[in-house]
Every structure is written in structure tokens, then in C-alpha cells.
Design a protein around this ligand. Structure first.
Ligand code: ZN
Length: 273
């Protein structure tokens, strides 16, 4: 079984300071949390940006500033930039940060509903984003909100838009989207090609049991305030504590944790440097 890749998603688009004081929103705060989470076992950082008023922004300068701050710590964590749709609607907005040539970027291969909005990823937008990532040798993490998105990823792969191995992230537990159940996770895992690395991102109270199940099955785990502002019922999370808990569960069940170098090998990324 591969070593466990822990991804930290510290910020996202939704959590506000009003919801939790622990969400990092400035480039300095985001980089500091990523540094601390790296020390706790995270190999990948999934990054969103906020503007001066802490609202989601697609502005490339803000992403550049976050990357610069991370560079300042001199840590080899894998940078994965979000191309998610809450901070922008157009291809130009969604793809701006790819000009920074991160090692990875998220790519959602279909549309779904979020609790208060439709998350629209039209076929031409997905294809354009995939094309840009291919040209810039950016590894897409294929964000799967329902099984049909796996099928769509196949179709894009058949047309040569992805390099092997495809890497999937199963996002489960969003209200109105795919429920976070063991049965659904089994179905998703059985629906991807054998040998492809996969990650789970679970929103809501099932995130600990279902992440543990993924960990036992050889999958990888994403945690962070983007996905869960609560550590337990009524208890707000910090990013570091969420990483520490997954690292502790992995240790307890004997699953070793991947360093960024090992994670690059598992994900088929070029060695850094
Ligand atoms: Zn995200």
C-alpha cells in the first residue's frame, strides 16, 4: 500500500472570520498554517485566495503572494491551486492562477449543486482548463462530486488531455450532493481505473470515520477548515489539529505518511528542483 498523502485545505471559499477565528485569510496566515500543517504531516496544500476584505478572489497577485510566503518558509510542500468556481465564473478568472505554473491544480469535471448555488463547469470550460494544465505541465487533481464526473474525466483522458496516472479527489457530504457513506465511497473507488491514486474530502461529521475508511483502503485524505470548521461537535477546528488527528489515526493503524518527495512519486509529479 502506498504511503498516505495528507492534503491540507486551509481556507477554501466559504469559511469566514465570523464563522471561525481560525480560518487563515491573508497570504501570511495561509502560509503559516501550511507550514505548521507540513510539520504535522501534510504533503500537499490546496490553496484558495482571499482579497483585502477576505472575500474569495481569483486575482493572480494574491495567489503569487501566498506562494511567495510559502517559499519564505523553505518547505517542499506540493502547491495545488484551486480553479474552483466561487471566486470567478469566466475561463479567464478561473485560469489566471495557472500562469504561476503550480505543480498541481484542482479540476472539476462536471457541474453540481452546492447548498446555495449551482457550481457550473460547462464542457468547454473544463476542456480549456485541462488544456492549459497540460500545456503548462500542471497536474490536475480531478475533483469528483458525483460518479458522472469520473466518466467525463475518462472521456477527456481518451482525448489525451491528461497524463497518467489520473488522480481523483472524491468530495462527499455536501448538502444536496453525494452523501458521505461507505457505500458511496466504495462505488467511487470501484469506478476509477485500478492503480490511480485517490483522495477523499469529506464535509460534515462523517469526515473522521470515512477518512479512516479511505486510509484503510489505500486512499489518501484531505482535511482542513475549507471542508470542516468543526473538529468535533461544538468545537471549532484549527488546520493543524485536523492534520494531527489524521496523522495520529494513520500511525495507530500502521499506515506510513508520505513526505512531499514520496507524494510526488505516488502522484507522478516531476521531482522538485
Ligand atoms: Zn478548494
Amino acid at each position: 500500500m502506498d504511503k498516505l498523502i495528507i492534503t491540507i485545505a486551509p481556507t477554501g471559499n466559504v469559511p469566514t472570520r465570523e464563522m471561525t477565528p481560525h480560518v487563515p485569510v491573508t497570504p501570511e496566515e495561509i502560509a503559516r498554517d501550511i507550514h505548521d500543517c507540513y510539520n504535522a504531516g501534510a504533503a500537499v496544500a490546496h490553496i484558495h485566495a482571499r482579497d483585502e476584505e477576505y472575500r474569495p478572489t481569483p486575482r493572480v497577485e494574491v495567489f503569487a503572494s501566498i506562494l511567495q510566503q510559502i517559499d519564505g518558509y523553505g518547505i517542499p510542500v506540493i502547491r495545488q491551486l484551486s480553479t474552483g468556481g466561487r471566486h470567478g465564473k469566466t475561463l479567464e478568472e478561473r485560469s489566471q492562477n495557472l500562469t504561476l505554473n503550480p505543480e498541481m491544480a484542482s479540476l472539476t469535471t462536471g457541474s453540481t449543486n452546492f447548498p446555495n448555488m449551482a457550481y457550473v463547469n460547462a464542457p468547454d470550460l473544463i476542456e480549456h482548463l485541462a488544456q492549459i494544465m497540460k500545456e503548462r505541465s500542471i497536474k490536475p487533481e480531478i475533483e469528483v462530486f458525483d460518479t458522472a464526473m469520473i466518466n467525463n474525466a475518462y472521456l477527456l483522458a481518451q482525448r489525451g488531455l491528461f497524463r497518467e496516472p489520473l488522480q481523483f479527489n472524491f468530495v462527499m457530504g455536501i448538502k444536496g450532493a453525494l452523501p458521505a457513506t461507505p457505500k458511496n465511497l466504495m462505488h467511487l473507488v470501484e469506478s476509477i481505473p485500478a492503480g490511480c491514486p485517490w483522495t477523499v474530502t469529506v464535509i460534515g461529521p462523517q469526515h473522521v470515520p470515512l477518512s479512516t475508511m479511505a486510509l484503510a483502503m489505500g486512499g489518501h485524505v484531505r482535511v482542513g477548515i475549507e471542508d470542516n470548521i468543526y473538529y468535533a461537535k461544538g468545537e471549532l477546528a484549527t488546520n493543524v489539529r485536523l492534520v494531527e488527528r489524521i496523522a495520529a489515526i494513520a500511525k495507530a493503524v500502521g499506515r506510513e505518511i508520505a513526505t512531499p518527495v514520496e507524494a510526488r512519486a505516488i502522484l507522478g509529479l516531476k521531482p522538485a528542483g
